[in-house]
Design a protein around this ligand. Structure first.
Ligand code: ADP
Ligand code: MG
Length: 717
């Protein structure tokens, strides 16, 4: 019997490419090299470019100096070696309107690629040369003898030895064979209609064989939506399942300790802090474990929010833990949390007439011997209320009596497994509430994908009375001398300064050398007479500690440091920072570093120092988009958007889940709006059908795409 139901992606995945005409053993092996094994792989390998024949220039129309696309036929090819041993391939091409020359330097393989009689699309800038037109090193796309107004160009790789018209031919054959039954569309009709999405069959045809560029765009929109929807569905399903299935602790929020703590703060909370605490409290009070991400810019006051959450646990007789990525940070947190909670007491069951002081303990690998034993015993018997530490906290030997709230600072340096391990540190199978804090904002829509299984709270308001940091770019030695004068002036006025040393590769050894060198240079040169201290990762911890203490007490004027001061260091009297070779740092890192100043009531300055750059011809290079962005704004969220624009998503995503291997068309950068729509659609679908029981087709698609190659993704999300 011949089936007439539409063809699913699973059906396509079940048919190996060898079933296509013209795919023999050789081609099959070549396709496998680029991970195309079946028809699903094939139809989801999208063109990387579409050449619009209706819009191409002819050779006779080319304007020297302007970029243009031309479709031409190869006439002749010659290769030679120049005097300085460079290979040069000269190609003569023509179309009906005229001829021109191409020249390729150092691309000897062009001689093999460009055979007489082939049709190619060229994209480049033509210049006049010896009375004729010439393009050097144009972008070349082989188009074979494809007809049609729009020619798709598929990704080509030398190693696979498959050309774009072969790909186009196989895809065309596949789609033609699907035409009768059509390709199944598992996305609910109501979602499609609401978002104006074209049908999936139409979309596959439109992306591979468009009649015009408009059709191609509509197709891209539809298929990109599908990719984003699938990722969001997995995340939302996981989120809802966690909420449904895991047992949390119903914390008593608004208890006495929290009240005393907020009353003791020397400042009123910002509206953003109040809103965030309310969001967290709602999670804490519910019987579902919290999984919340707290995004807040540097200095937004995340610590207060975290402490309020941790105290809520203690109020109800539970414990809480704060986990930091480094020992320095853990120590810093311990000191500041202890200071904040000074004087707060806990009802003592052993003493009817009095309370005992709240017990906050530090646990890192540097806490050893009897002190460590004491802390571990306290965690196990419940007498330690708040534990602050590094990943030492989640080692197996650490037992908690009743862990109620976990705060993880700087999520991006913490693995998922570590988060999970900490969650397991609970006595009775109840999952502690987890708050993940990050001071490296990422754009909201990217957060939806990277942290899609978390709820998100945003501290988008700085406490009042901060004088905004003025950021200036000191490009070259003349301006740099102004920086040192500024530091001397500030120190004379009783303030302090940071000097951040150039970033030297990955090696900590080089970094130390750079710090030592900078210290020496400044001590005997520009900052002679000031009291300088040095901080870097390789110093013994007691030395680090004592240097920090000295700086905090004002016994040092200038702290020369590596990026170890990036997070957490809080000295309100420091008002100037100079970041040397600032162009070597990324936007997020510069923003973090800058956040070490501007923490008190005095106006602060951050100098981004660079060495003037010259181009190949010796002209000064003007402009640096990253530095300019930092000068223009101190808003971390705005900078995150700029960063995403400048760098693309690769780096942002490097730590994220692998499920994005499904994102072939969608881009976290370009498709921000679409991400939001996909997330909303995922909630709509899951909330009306929690295990997709009524949508087996959609469930099957998720299974097809995420299960075999992305086990880790599923485990995580
Ligand atoms: P973050 O961790 O978000 O970078 P912190 O929690 O370290 O910021 O807070 C930065 C500084 O602001 C701290 O000195 C803190 O005491 C102070 N602070 C926090 N909340 C407020 C507020 N509502 N009003 C005034 N100062 C605040
Ligand atoms: Mg709860």
């Amino acid at each position: 019997m011949v089936s007439t139901t539409p063809i699913t992606l699973r059906d396509l995945a079940a048919i190996p490419v060898e079933r296509l005409r013209g795919v023999g053993d050789n081609k099959q092996a070549s396709l496998a090299k680029v991970d195309i094994r079946n028809l699903f792989d094939l139809v989801t390998t999208y063109p990387r470019r579409w050449i619009d024949r209706t819009n191409e220039a002819r050779i006779a129309d080319l304007v020297p100096g302007e970029e243009a696309l031309v479709l031409v036929t190869i006439r002749s090819v010659t290769k030679r070696t120049t005097r300085n041993r460079r290979t040069m391939v000269n190609v003569n091409v023509g179309d009906g309107s005229g001829r021109m020359d191409l020249v390729f330097f150092n691309q000897p393989w062009r001689e093999r690629q460009l055979k007489e009689g082939l049709h190619v699309a060229l994209y480049g800038k033509a210049d006049t040369y010896r009375g004729g037109l010439q393009m050097s090193n144009p972008v070349v796309d082989m188009i074979g003898d494809r007809t049609g107004k729009i020619v798709p160009i598929y990704p080509q790789s030398e190693k696979a030895q498959i050309n774009t018209w072969e790909m186009a031919g196989w895809v065309e054959e596949t789609l033609r064979r699907c035409a009768e039954r059509g390709i199944a569309d598992p996305v609910p009709e109501r979602v499609r209609r609401r978002l104006g999405l074209i049908d999936r069959s139409e979309a596959f045809a439109g992306i591979h064989l468009p009649d015009d560029m408009k059709t191609k765009e509509l197709a891209r929109y539809r298929l990109a939506f599908d990719e984003l929807l699938r990722v969001q569905l997995v995340l939302v399903l996981r989120k809802r399942a966690l909420e449904r299935d895991s047992l949390g602790i119903e914390h008593a929020v608004g208890g006495e300790m929290v009240q005393r703590f907020t009353a003791s703060l020397p400042f009123p909370m910002t509206a953003a802090q109040q809103r965030t605490i309310a969001e967290i409290n709602a999670d804490l009070a519910s019987g579902h474990p919290m999984h919340r991400l707290l995004q807040g810019d540097v200095g937004a006051g995340k610590t207060v929010v975290a402490v309020a959450a941790m105290l809520a646990a203690v109020d109800g007789g539970h414990q809480s833990a704060l986990m930091a990525p480094t020992e320095v940070l853990a120590e810093q947190h311990a000191a500041s949390v202890r200071a904040m909670l000074d004087g707060i007491t806990v009802p003592d069951p052993d003493n009817l007439f009095g309370d005992r002081p709240l017990r906050v303990e530090l646990l890192t690998n540097r806490v050893t011997g009897a002190a460590r034993k004491d802390v571990l015993a306290g965690l196990a018997d419940g007498s330690v209320d708040i534990a602050i530490g590094t990943h030492a906290l989640i080692q197996e030997a650490v037992d908690f009596s009743s862990l109620g709230v976990v705060v993880v600072d700087e999520q991006h340096r913490f693995g998922v497994e570590q988060r999970a391990a900490l969650r397991e540190k609970t006595a009775d199978g109840a999952v502690p509430d987890t708050l993940v804090m990050t001071a490296t904002p990422i754009p909201r829509t990217a957060a939806m994908t990277v942290y899609g299984d978390l709820d998100v709270s945003i501290l988008d308001e700085l406490p009042p009375g901060r004088t905004p940091i003025v950021t200036m770019w000191a490009d070259g030695p003349l301006m740099e001398s102004g920086v040192w004068n500024d530091i001397k002036d500030e120190v004379a006025a009783g303030r302090q300064a940071y000097v951040v040393c150039p970033l030297v590769g990955e090696s900590e050894k080089l970094e130390v050398a750079s710090a030592e060198e900078t210290l020496e240079r400044l001590a005997f040169g520009e900052l002679q007479g000031l009291r300088l201290g040095m901080l870097h990762g390789k110093l013994p911890s007691d030395e680090k500690e004592s240097t920090m203490d000295q700086f905090r007490r004002g016994e040092l004027d200038v702290l020369v440091a590596t990026t170890v001061i990036e997070v957490g260091v809080d000295v309100p009297n420091a008002t100037v920072m100079a970041i040397l070779d600032a162009d070597r740092f990324g936007i997020a890192q510069l923003h973090q570093l800058r956040g070490r100043v501007g923490r008190g009531q005095h106006a602060s300055t951050c100098w981004l120092v660079t060495q003037q750059k010259e181009d190949a011809e010796g002209n000064p290079v003007v402009g640096n988009p990253r530095i300019e962005a930092l000068v223009a704004t101190t808003d971390g969220f705005e900078l995150a958007e700029v960063d995403l624009d400048l760098r693309g998503e690769g780096t942002l995503m490097s730590t994220a889940q692998k499920g994005r291997s499904d994102l072939k068309l969608a881009s976290l950068r370009r498709d921000r709006k679409l991400i939001e729509l996909a997330r909303a659609a995922a909630f709509d679908i899951v909330d009306s059908d929690p295990d997709l029981a009524g949508r087996p087709d959609l469930a099957d698609e998720l299974d097809l795409i995420f299960s075999d190659r992305d086990e880790e993704f599923l485990a995580k999300s």
